[in-house]
Ligand binder design. Structure first.
Ligand code: SF4
Ligand code: SF4
Length: 714
């Protein structure tokens, strides 16, 4: 497996993937089809409850892996199975190599196993002169191409049928038709004899059931049944995390796994094996059966208070299916062995820092993976935490250390912004953009126009615009975030007009600063913690009924990250603070109950972009749309409203090519809808979408929902 040496090399690899037209199209088609199939497959099922039951059961298993291993070993050995435990990947390979040598196995057939991919088992056995044939169609294809999987469930999703036909032509020596059914027949014909000739079958296992010592294997092609039944020796390799106390626990996962993996209601084959079966190929008529458990860091991971949850993973691959980055570049660029969001994390633990250090930065923090995870793993948070850990081990780059230092010092940060405002004057256009990119940006950032810093920050306007309310019904603190404070103060002014008009006393505590999310995204946890402390000191939650912010990213970060960052000491205060945080749309709609009577408006065809941190970070879906309808806007629903716009703060600076592609797709959809306006709830999204629309010369008014509502107030 190749690993890019540095971020520049990794970016070049990403550009290569972006220029692969077929890959892009295949991934796009899959992403769109998957969304629909998944929704259909889960119709009538309470997914949230099921996922939470899986998470709870898995956590309970993870906390007693030793016991489960002992129980499984006892039951399986009683049934005639040899059970092994390998501490490392190398040890697992050596155990399996020895089993093969002792039983004089030369020919091996194998069904799909990510654990075997993790240990690079095939290379080890082939180096011993054994012939290993993958029998899952996708795995066989990539084996013939000498490459790794690009998806944990669909390993050859990146290839066209024409590429497969060419490959099969080479293998068979006959010209092959690129028709899928015929290609499947070719594979079947070529592989059938391999099963018959094989001395050993190697499989993975989805479940190792401790109460019975049984293995559970899920496949769509039935090849695992042939692999585990025909050859005289069967070896199953499984991570310790596959230990499951009971059959009932396994069945619960089976209810979710195929639905989440491919949108299928059921999988085609579920095979349960308890002990070796009779076997005609064996001299004594009985199969020799082994189960090799792989630790490779899992036991240590199980004890980690933050990361143990990654062992809940059931390898459904859904976190890749919905990931906007995976959709653009595919699995070879978004994983080392394991793919997608979970791959970014597992690479660090199973394959080391060097393999993980670039990959782990390639996350836009959109939360789509967490939203669909079959085991409820907080993937975006763990990806950020892995990044922070790598920086702590490797050293922090100057850029991010500087950013952290600046953000921790509010006065310095705001002075720098004010200085930049003066310096940019000659380059400011009438539309509020910068005519040229500042020198610190390279050309790749040119995919969107950058906004100029506002001539007067919101905090400097506040004394003049602060509304006086005679008999307020409640008092709120307005949290601005740095983008609205210094770049888009008009969005905050609009928010204040909407809120204050409802008899609410609005305060703007001056000691507040950036929410700290950019520092967190750069892996600067200490800086992010200090910034959180500054804000919680500036805004004493006890003084306010609510802390309202019209930045979705700030809202999600204040609400979810502050209690975590505060640690045990500051936990209570941070939780009180977080409990009072609310986004602008929910506050106006749910708390103030503002409805159509507040507005007098004309319809304008308006599309809506749902910010990741609002719809998934806070679960706010209907409120902004209802507000728009109430305000008299002609809301035009568009496809993929909740798919990321490609901003992701520092992500768009690190990976501009990926950011640009995601933005392009979003704007194309809006353009096709015929909308004149595009409204959203986050200043970061406004910056990305408005800058992109400007670069493309689109006649599209991109703005914050507060502006749209304020304009239509009675
Ligand atoms: S947060 Fe978004 S970008 Fe990051 S891994 Fe998850 S789905 Fe992909
Ligand atoms: S992390 Fe969650 S979504 Fe991703 S493969 Fe594992 S269970 Fe599936």
């Amino acid at each position: 497996m190749q690993t890019a040496q540095n971020l520049t090399q990794y970016r070049d690899e990403l550009k290569g993937a972006l220029s692969n037209e077929f890959l892009r199209k295949a991934m796009d088609n899959f992403a769109v089809a998957y969304r629909g199939s998944r929704v259909r497959a889960f119709t009538g099922i309470d997914v949230e409850t099921l996922v939470s039951q899986i998470a709870t059961a898995k956590d309970a298993s993870i906390s007693r892996l030793d016991q489960l291993f002992a129980e499984f070993k006892e039951k399986a050995e009683k049934a005639g199975v040899h059970v092994h435990l390998a501490r490392t990947a190398q040890e697992a390979n050596e155990i399996i190599g020895r089993i093969a040598e002792n039983a004089d196995c030369k020919k091996i057939v194998k069904s799909k196993s990510m654990t075997a991919e993790e240990t690079l088992l095939n290379h080890h056995l082939e180096a011993k002169g054994m012939e290993v044939t993958e029998t899952d169609l996708g795995e066989w294809i990539i084996q013939l191409r000498h490459e790794g999987p690009t998806h944990m469930v669909m390993p050859a999703i990146h290839l066209s049928r024409f590429q497969v036909a060419d490959l099969f032509t080479g293998v068979t020596g006959h010209e092959q038709d690129a028709e899928i059914e015929r290609l499947v027949k070719v594979a079947r014909r070529e592989l059938r004899q391999k099963y018959v000739d094989a001395d050993m079958g190697i499989s993975g296992a989805n479940f190792c059931v401790a109460e019975t010592g049984s293995l559970g294997i899920i496949t769509n092609e039935g090849n695992a049944r042939l692999v585990t039944t025909l050859p005289r020796v069967h070896v199953a390799i499984a991570g310790l995390d596959k230990l499951t106390p009971t059959l009932e626990d396994a069945l619960r996962v089976i209810k979710v796994l195929p639905r989440n993996a491919t949108g299928q209601a059921i999988t085609s084959y579920v095979t349960w094996i308890t002990g070796p079966s009779e076997c005609q190929a064996s001299p004594d008529g009985k199969k020799e059966m082994h189960v090799v458990f792989l630790d490779n860091g899992r036991s240590a991971l199980a004890k980690d208070p933050i990361f143990s949850q990654v062992l809940r993973c059931v390898r459904c691959g859904a976190c890749a299916n919905v990931c906007p980055v995976y959709r653009l570049v595919g699995g070879h660029q978004m994983g080392h062995i394991y793919i997608g969001a979970i791959g970014l994390i597992l690479t660090y633990f199973f394959h080391g820092r060097e393999a993980a250090k670039n990959l782990v930065q390639n996350c836009i923090n959109c939360g789509a993976c967490k939203h669909v995870c079959a085991a409820g793993i907080d993937l975006p948070r763990l990806i950020k935490d892995v990044h922070a850990r790598i920086l702590d081990e490797d050293g922090h780059p100057t850029q991010s250390t500087l950013l952290g230092k600046v953000l921790k010092n509010r006065t310095l940060f705001h002075t720098l912004l004010r200085t930049a405002r003066l310096a940019q004057r000659p380059f400011k256009t009438q539309g509020g953009f910068l005519r040229h990119l500042p020198l610190i940006f390279d050309k790749s950032q040119n995919f969107r126009a950058l906004p100029a810093i506002a001539s007067k920050a919101f905090r400097d306007r506040w004394p003049e615009i602060r509304p006086r309310v005679d008999k307020p019904t409640m008092k709120i603190a307005l949290f601005s975030g740095c983008v609205q404070d210094f770049v888009y103060p008009e969005q905050l002014e609009a928010a204040v007009r909407v809120i204050a008009g409802q008899n609410v006393q609005v305060e703007f505590p001056m000691g507040q600063t950036c929410c700290g999310l950019p520092a967190q995204m750069m892996g600067e946890t200490e800086a992010s913690r200090e910034v959180a402390r500054l804000n919680m000191t500036a805004i004493d939650a006890a003084d306010y009924d609510y802390i309202v912010t019209s930045c979705a990213s700030c809202a999600s970060h204040l609400k979810h990250a502050y209690p975590r960052l505060a640690g045990e000491e500051g936990q209570v205060k941070a939780q009180q603070f977080a409990d009072k945080v609310i986004d602008f749309s929910s506050f106006v709609h749910d708390v103030l109950g503002v409805g159509e009577e507040a507005f007098t408006g004309t319809g304008k065809k308006t599309a809506y972009h749902s910010p990741c941190h609002l719809c998934r970070g806070l679960g706010v879906i209907d409120q902004p749309r209802e507000l728009l309808r109430d305000a008299g806007v002609e809301y035009v629903p568009t496809e993929e409203e909740d798919v990321c716009c490609g901003f992701g703060g520092t992500f768009s600076m690190k990976f501009p090519e990926l950011s640009a592609e995601t933005l392009e797709r979003k704007l194309k959809i809006v353009e096709e809808s015929g909308a004149q306006e595009l409204v959203t709830d986050c200043p970061g999204c406004v910056m990305q979408l408005r800058g992109g629309a400007e670069r493309r010369g689109m006649r599209l008014n991109v703005r914050h929902i507060a502006e749209s509502l304020a304009e239509r107030l009675k």
